[in-house]
Design a protein around this ligand. Structure first.
Ligand code: GDP
Ligand code: IMO
Ligand code: MG
Length: 431
């Protein structure tokens, strides 16, 4: 009856998709619990690449059930498109194995319009959002004017809600942002049609998940984004609008906190970030370019180049604390191959000479933080074929050991290539 949560410890794109796909083998259900199609999770199986934005990364295993919890914001067009693209590649995702919470909020056309308009208006101060309408959708959820999956089954209520929302949103769009208005009748028609297709997938996900647990089944919770994009704990305001920390697995799915058994933290062997915001270990030199090229660091959702830098263990250690991480999954270790020496950040120094071992709340202060590095020797050998720790060069093992020590959590898995098989499993993974 395991309930394992997988979360990103950095700023997203740590390789959650790969690890969730791999671990799906040992569980019965896979659950997304926050975020939306701002996520881009990449799976490579036998050389074939799949990028998922909303559907849980367990979907390639035909005998497993995937769930989209109430905490996710769902863009129905994107979701149905994803189902269709998978079907074209022979992966059938019918309502018997994809269950979408009828309480999940829907991303409406005005959410995306407002997201884009606001970013444009902010100019150089833009957050660098994915432009998918994530923030405005969560805002409406908190403002208690959001539209939920279940509303698609009540056309009169849907009509009222769309009209009420657009009365206000069109004012903002046209008067404040000078953008075109949206037509309520057209939006209603579009969503009634989407509702027809989505309806069979809608379910009381909390009820279904708890029934599975009562029947001795196990669940894997797939986090999206990363700890430092968390709206409460991240580098606010350069964050997303949900809580990627592990606790959200419960609120975002309707499973009780006492059910969770393990929390795995995904750590990329270096650091990346997409969009704006502080990044103390960022490298704007040849090493940064090496990481970007070797690691193919371009966003899976927007295609933007990801900013790259040395591994920041202050960032990872904080994530271990915030999510109660029980094991670390280190990914993209192979990308470091060929660098003569490696640096890991273990603390920050402020201009007054004082030192910090945690990220400060103030972005002004974080912007002044200089990383305190420890230098470790690199390795040249190709490690992508390694399937046990013994097969890794001694310097590579030393890097992992130091990582685990400074992060304050044991290693559970090491990934040495994008393919499902390119993995060293160390234990502490199943519930
Ligand atoms: P996610 O958002 O956390 O699921 O991560 P993304 O899929 O956005 O980005 C991770 C990228 O790294 C994807 O292109 C993966 O295929 C790739 N990847 C994952 N693990 C490894 C690894 O160990 N080595 C290499 N070279 N690539 C990896
Ligand atoms: P996965 O699940 C990396 C970033 C955006 C932007 C900020 C806010 O693939 O790790 P939003 O559209 O959420 O309002 O954008 O958050 N961001 C991500 N960065 N990986 C992601 O997801 C991200 N999802 C959002 O780049 O800086
Ligand atoms: Mg990603």
């Amino acid at each position: 009856m395991a309930c394992v949560v997988v979360v990103g410890t950095q700023w997203g794109d740590e390789g959650k998709g790969k690890v969730v796909d791999l671990l799906t083998e040992g569980v019965d259900g896979i659950v997304r619990f926050q975020g939306g199609n701002n996520a881009g999770h990449t799976l490579v199986v036998g050389g074939q690449k799949f990028i998922l934005h909303l559907i849980p990364s367990g979907v390639l295993h035909p005998d497993k059930t995937c769930f989209i919890g109430n905490g996710v914001v769902v863009d129905p067009t994107v979701l149905l498109g994803e189902i269709d693209r998978l079907a074209e590649r022979g992966v059938m995702v019918g309502p018997e194995r994809l269950r979408i919470s009828d309480r999940a909020h829907l991303i409406m056309p005005w959410h995306q319009a407002l997201d884009l308009a606001r970013e444009k208006a902010k100019g150089k101060d833009a957050i660098g959002t994915t432009g998918r309408g994530i923030g405005p959708c969560y805002e409406d959820k908190a403002a208690r004017v959001g539209i939920r999956g279940v509303d698609l089954t009540e056309p009169e209520l849907l009509k009222e809600k769309i009209e009420a929302n657009l009365a206000e949103k069109n004012f903002w769009l046209t008067q404040y942002y000078k953008e075109p208005a949206l037509d309520p009748a057209a939006v209603l028609e579009q969503f009634l049609a989407l509702g027809q297709r989505l309806r069979p997938y809608l379910a009381d996900v909390s009820l279904e998940l708890n029934r599975m647990l009562e029947n001795g089944r196990s669940l894997l919770f797939e986090g999206a984004q990363g700890t430092h994009l968390d709206i409460d704990h991240g580098t606010y305001p350069f964050v997303t609008s949900s809580n990627p920390v592990a606790g959200t697995a419960c609120t975002g799915s309707g499973v009780g906190v006492t059910r969770l058994t393990k929390v795995l933290g995904l750590v990329k062997a270096y650091t990346t970030r997409v969009g704006g915001g502080p990044f103390p270990t960022e490298l704007l030199d040849a090493t940064g370019r090496h990481l970007q090229n070797r690691g193919a660091e371009f966003g899976s959702t927007t295609g933007r180049p990801r900013r790259c830098g040395w591994l920041d263990l202050v960032v990872v250690r904080q994530a271990v604390r915030l999510s109660g991480i029980t094991g670390l999954c280190v990914t993209k270790l192979d990308v470091l191959t060929g660098l003569p020496s490696l640096r890991i950040c273990k603390g920050y120094r402020l201009p007054d000479g004082s030192q910090l071992e945690t990220l400060p709340a103030s972005l002004t202060k974080l912007g002044q933080c200089q990383p305190i590095y420890e230098e470790l020797p690199g390795w040249d050998q190709d490690i992508s074929g390694a399937r046990s720790l013994d097969e890794l060069p001694a310097n590579c093992r030393a890097y992992l050991e130091r990582l685990s020590q400074l992060a304050g959590a044991p290693l559970s898995l090491v990934s040495v290539g994008p393919d499902r098989d390119a993995t060293i499993i160390l234990g502490g993974i199943s519930g």
